[in-house]
Design a protein. Sequence first.
Length: 482
Amino acid sequence: DQYSQCWCRTAFNNFFKKCKDYQKLYGVIVTAVAQKNDLEPIKILIVDDEKSIRKTLEGVFRDEGYVTECADNAAAAFEYLKNNNPSLVLLDIWMPGMDGLESLERIKALYPEMPVIMISGHATIATAMRSTKLGASDFIEKPLDLEVLLKSVKRSLKLDIIDTPKNIGEVTLSPQREQFGEKRYHDQLNKIAFDNVVMKGGSVSQKTLKNSAILYGQGLHSGKKSGLILEPLPINSGIHFAEVSERSVVPAHVDFVDSTGYATTVRFGNSEAGTIEHLMSALHAYGISNLLIKCNGEVPVMDGSALDFCNLIEDVGIEEQNEPWYEIAIDKTYKIGTGKEEITIEPADDFTISYLLEYPDPVGRQEFSFTLNDVESYKSEIASARTFGFVKDIGWLQKQGLALGGRFDNFVLFGEEGAINCALRFSNEPVRHKILDAIGDLFLLGRKIRGKVTAKMTGHSDNVAILKQIRAQLTMIASKSI
């Protein structure tokens, strides 16, 4: 049950401190579990005004066997502390009312032995130093690296390293990677991306992220604050989405696309992930093949581009997994639409997208062609291009329940004279963003495509439709080879 990991930690702790015969380990664990009602579970109080952060961290700590309580402000936290004695407090700095530093000072005055870890996404070195002087056990910046956070928790609780006889060696209780993604969701992973591996192009190494990380922002269409957790997965897993509170996962695959109205959404069971195209675009560019992505129903829009996702991937690092991953070599011409709105994919030696955009002024006619050969060109030419909209459409979109999270800092808004809320990053930023979206959508077969894409006034629905044609061809070829 939910406390078993805590009991096992206690068993490890008692064993390695008091016992030299590691053959008795099994018996120690069994005894700890049998006496579970006499063990005090490790309790963590999470104090953060961001609901998505609280919900995310609750899930992470629950997976690790901790018991959690949450408070959305300092007043609620101190009310809880009147009658409870948590093992550790995780405290955000920026909160309404009493801020985190004031709260830390008061906690240390009332409960000097209680470990407190400070977290913040907008702190300076001076703030971190002040936190330490006030008695904080650690200071961690957002976006949170989960492995760093969990190690800090264990270190603060003195669970990280246990004194052992030299012949046994150093034992750490740091979580194994699979405890984040692979173990909890192992039975739920649909490894569809590694089925029907035909139409093979070039081979590259599979990749995942070196560590887990948290990012948070706001959903473009739902308007809700949305946390995002990226967790490494082993070889041949594919990319998957999950909601933080759900155990079911949905593959980032065309077979699971649920809707394409103004954004791409995948769904399976109780899990849904919307507005996935910008993140998928970055994952495509960096060649990430295996990853678990948790969110609260919609991927945060960030600044409307893929730049923040690129920065996060680079901050966390990429792990080469030394297992082959084959491109899909387009074998013939595929086409969707005619005339004003159409997209084709034909055989080529690389992956190139040529896009024609035609809107009334001030956007006008824009053309751009991009070949996805390396990350640096993607970052400089495509990743920073933001989503865009028109003043005349905003009212209608919001009546449809869309664009509720649109703000002046997360998309480009065009009026009759041009962009009215910001300076353009490129003179042809809209067409570059259309290519960004297409790079994301066209990654929904779980493999890179080698082919030339030519598109005119197309969107998510067209991108998904042409992928379904390719998917049908993959299935047919695979069935003939059986």
